[in-house]
Design a protein. Structure first.
Length: 537
């Protein structure tokens, strides 16, 4: 809340000196660039806070309402909270002002609220198109607007709806004055700038927008499209997917421990090896790339030397990882995915001049990806238990909410949000477009509680199989690690599900044979069909 007139500071540095230590600590946590390198005093912190690069970082973390309030302070200030003309609930405006004050983007001068110098330029196109004040008072603007011709009024409305600025020959010295633009300039409703540019003054924009800085309310975030779903079903579905993701990573690294794929000269994994990995894990190549990238981020996979050649192989941490419970292994994978800047969804996509992007490539990263993942899950966590995103429209509504909460983020954020939700579903972080309790705990930085919440939902591993007369072995549940490794070396996986079935190649397929002793269609790759000439199969 604004301070009393008697104690209002004369500068931002003066205001920071009056703050208690805990509030200064919160400022440095919210804007860590102000603390690196260590500042000498509060004046040093205040000078850093007004640097353009620091301002841009701070603005990127503001939501739509906070940006609108900040622009109103920057253009209309020094002002009091009630004179900001923001189309929002007064309590919401007060909360936004409180956050702007805590971030040192606004300070309380003796004349009223002031924004830091440079805020207006840093806002740029992300603002509401509210420009500097003009030569007219609000009463003069209200008196002159009804006197405009229809073409001049339409032009003024168009300019205000598209950023509040443009160019016209009427703004140049000696330019025509009998045009709609000339009429507006003569009436003082457009302000001429250099090189024929014109802007709509703040007083005129407020009059056109009904006395508000925006035409639409600034405190109404887009609603999430949701549907009802049993929380227990969401939790069980996520647990099943989490178990499968852990098992696939373990199977992948077991395979690569004996036959490690080579590292490309440019770094990364070859397309051929990625396809072989997808076949091994019975997934598509995008999912295979995700599992490979997560394993590497978790420290289970790294580049090493084998016979003098660089290869991708499991690390020593893999052995310790396999000795933990399934829930703990999933926690390690999900945590690594949350913090990872890698973008496995781009694997296989072709860039101009560079060809296809490979998994584990050094260039496969984005500084926005980790923040987008956490932001998407945080928005999803706002849904209470029993609510999930609606089919078809739910993801689009979540992206719209993210755009309201971080309007200055680039447009690629929408694509990254879709990637984040798809990857979360593949890893068991989400299920049925909802967030289970274990993932909520993980998102709240409570990994031990997340493990405890997931473990009761996972099946108990078994250490035996049921051997049938046709040499098919059925595992009545998830196999223990050592048993699964042994069985994987002895047989091929025939099917997966609640129980796993493996079999050695049968002697003869079940497909019908012709009278001449030739198979019409072999579906089992049986030994007899393999022995026939290729043209007879």
């Amino acid at each position: 809340m604004p301070a009393d007139d008697a104690v209002r500071p004369r500068s931002l540095a003066d205001q920071l000196r009056s703050w208690p230590d805990d509030r200064l600590a919160e400022l440095l946590r919210a804007r860590p660039d102000l603390a690196s390198p260590t500042p000498q005093d509060t004046a040093h912190v205040a000078s850093r806070a007004a640097v353009r690069s620091s301002l841009l970082r701070a603005l990127d973390g503001l939501n739509r309402l906070e940006l609108v309030v900040l622009e109103a302070v920057a253009v209309l200030g020094p002002a009091q909270p009630g004179s900001l003309h923001v189309a929002a609930d007064p309590d919401g405006v007060d909360r936004a002002l409180g956050r702007l004050l805590d971030l040192a983007l606004v300070w309380e001068s003796p004349e009223g609220l002031r924004a830091l110098s440079g805020v207006t330029d840093a806002l740029g196109a992300s603002g509401t198109g509210l420009h500097a004040r003009g030569p007219l008072t609000p009463d003069e603007v209200s008196a002159r607007l009804p006197q405009l011709g229809p073409q001049a009024r339409a032009l003024l409305e168009h300019l205000d709806a598209h950023g509040g600025q443009g160019t016209t020959a009427a703004a140049r010295p000696g330019g025509p004055g009998d045009t709609p633009a000339g009429e507006l300039i003569a009436a003082g409703l457009l302000v001429a700038r250099a090189q024929g540019a014109v802007t709509v003054p703040a007083e005129v924009a407020l009059a056109l927008r009904g006395g508000r800085t925006t035409r639409e309310p600034a405190d109404r975030p887009p609603e999430l499209a949701t549907s009802q779903r049993d929380p227990a079903l969401v939790a069980r579905s996520a647990a099943g997917t989490a178990f499968e993701s852990v098992r696939r990573v373990e199977l992948l690294l077991d395979q690569w421990s004996t036959t490690p794929p080579p590292v490309l000269r440019s770094g990364g994994l070859s397309v051929r090896d990625l396809k072989a990995t997808a076949t091994l894990l019975h997934v598509d190549e995008t999912t295979a790339a995700l599992l490979v990238e997560v394993a590497a981020e978790a420290g289970l996979l790294a580049e090493t030397l084998a016979d003098g050649e660089p290869v991708w192989a499991p690390t020593d941490a893999f052995d310790a990882w396999t000795g933990t419970s399934v829930a703990e292994r999933w926690r390690d994978l999900a945590t690594a995915w949350l913090r990872s800047p890698r973008t496995p969804a781009q694997v296989g996509r072709r860039d101009a001049g560079r060809g296809a992007t490979n998994a584990l490539s050094p260039d496969l990263a984005s500084p926005l990806q980790a923040e987008t993942r956490r932001h998407a899950l945080t928005v999803l966590a706002e849904l209470g238990p029993g609510r999930v995103l609606a089919a078809g429209t739910g993801v689009a509504s979540l992206v719209a909410r993210m755009a309201w909460e971080r309007p200055r983020r680039p447009a690629v954020r929408e694509t990254m949000a879709g990637w984040a939700l798809a990857e979360a579903a593949e890893l068991g972080v989400t299920a049925l477009d909802g967030l289970p309790e274990a993932s909520r705990l993980l998102l709240a930085d409570e990994p031990d509680q997340a493990v405890a919440g997931l473990e009761p939902l996972l099946p108990e591993p078994v250490d035996h199989v049921l051997l049938q007369a046709d040499l098919t072995a059925v595992a009545p549940g998830p196999l223990a690690t050592e048993v699964g490794r042994t069985l994987h070396l002895l047989a091929d996986v025939e099917s997966r599900g609640g129980a796993r079935s493996t079999a050695s190649p049968p002697a003869r397929c079940a497909a019908p044979w012709t009278p001449g002793g030739r198979p019409r269609r072999c579906t089992k790759r049986c030994r007899r069909c393999r022995a026939l000439p290729s043209r007879s199969r």
